[in-house]
Design a protein around this ligand. Structure first.
Ligand code: SF4
Length: 275
């Protein structure tokens, strides 16, 4: 039997579920309910090092190749458990996220295809496959393959954009990845399927983002919109669980709503907030 939804919570996104390697069910604010999380980053590595990241990278983890068939067996198992449970919760989505960047995994396209097939075979045809990505592999051949497969499966891509200038992006995401390249990647991704932009706003050492930071972020959204990027919506959120860095704390709801109304008013994009 599937674990009761009361045993899951938005404040515990542990990757552990039974003996599963790839699957972790969570109650997700952004999915509005039960999300079947998929972690393909078995080595806990990521090409970003976000200040708000919750993944513990101090423990050494062995490198391991992703086995799409083993992932498929786990997904089939958990969805079968939920389906056979008369009190089983509604599954809102199957989301590739996890302990690193899912689009770094070269067999992501195969895993997406398997997920879509299993969902359909078990009667979850309306449950979407979601990929949460930092957008840095869109220009790679395997990244494009994954997005093309996702589009064919009617899935969704949620792409991280936390800043509108290189300085803040580097500070927030711990990366030198060029912001111009990220903008191009978001535009390219949106030519394959409409994208959701996910943006984190938080306090750093007790300070909220400066007006200049928000101005530059909104300019970036406006540039994307003016270039023809197809953006479904923006998810503006703040930290819900304590990140590794203790100087990162949540932004209060009023400040987040103010940023959201600027996004809506100035960039003309629909926004959902998660305070
Ligand atoms: S992209 Fe995601 S997994 Fe990678 S460091 Fe940032 S929050 Fe952590």
């Amino acid at each position: 039997m599937f674990m009761q939804s009361s045993q899951l919570s938005t404040v515990d996104h542990s990757r552990a579920y039974g003996r599963f390697t790839y699957i972790y069910p969570v109650i997700s604010r952004r999915s509005h309910g039960l999300s079947i999380g998929v972690n393909l980053s078995l080595d806990n590595r990521c090409n970003y090092n976000c200040v708000y990241c919750e993944v513990d990278r101090n423990t050494s983890v062995q490198r391991a190749e992703v086995d799409p068939d083993a992932f498929g067996r786990e997904l089939f198992q958990i969805l079968s458990d939920i389906k056979s449970d008369p009190h089983g919760p509604e599954v809102k989505d199957v989301t590739f996220a996890g302990n690193g960047e899912p689009m770094a995994v070269r067999c992501l396209d195969r895993c997406i295809e398997l997920a879509a097939r299993i969902l359909s075979a078990l009667g979850f045809a309306d449950t979407p496959v979601v990929v949460i990505t930092n957008g840095t592999y869109v220009h790679r051949s395997w990244g494009r393959r994954a997005l093309t497969r996702l589009a064919a499966a009617g899935g969704q891509a949620w792409v991280k954009l936390d800043a509108g200038d290189q300085h803040r992006m580097t500070r927030t995401n711990g990366t030198e990845f060029p912001i111009e390249r990220l903008e191009e990647n978001i535009l390219d991704a949106s030519r394959i399927l409409p994208v959701t932009i996910q943006s984190m706003f938080m306090k750093c050492w007790g300070k909220p983002p400066s007006p200049k930071d928000v101005d530059q972020y909104i300019c970036c959204l406006k540039r994307l919109a003016a270039s023809g990027a197809v953006i479904r919506n923006v998810q503006a959120y703040t930290v819900a669980r304590q990140p590794r860095s203790s100087h990162i704390t949540p932004l209060d709801g009023t400040a987040l709503e103010l940023i959201a109304s600027r996004i809506q008013g100035e960039a003309g994009l629909p926004v959902e907030t998660f305070a």
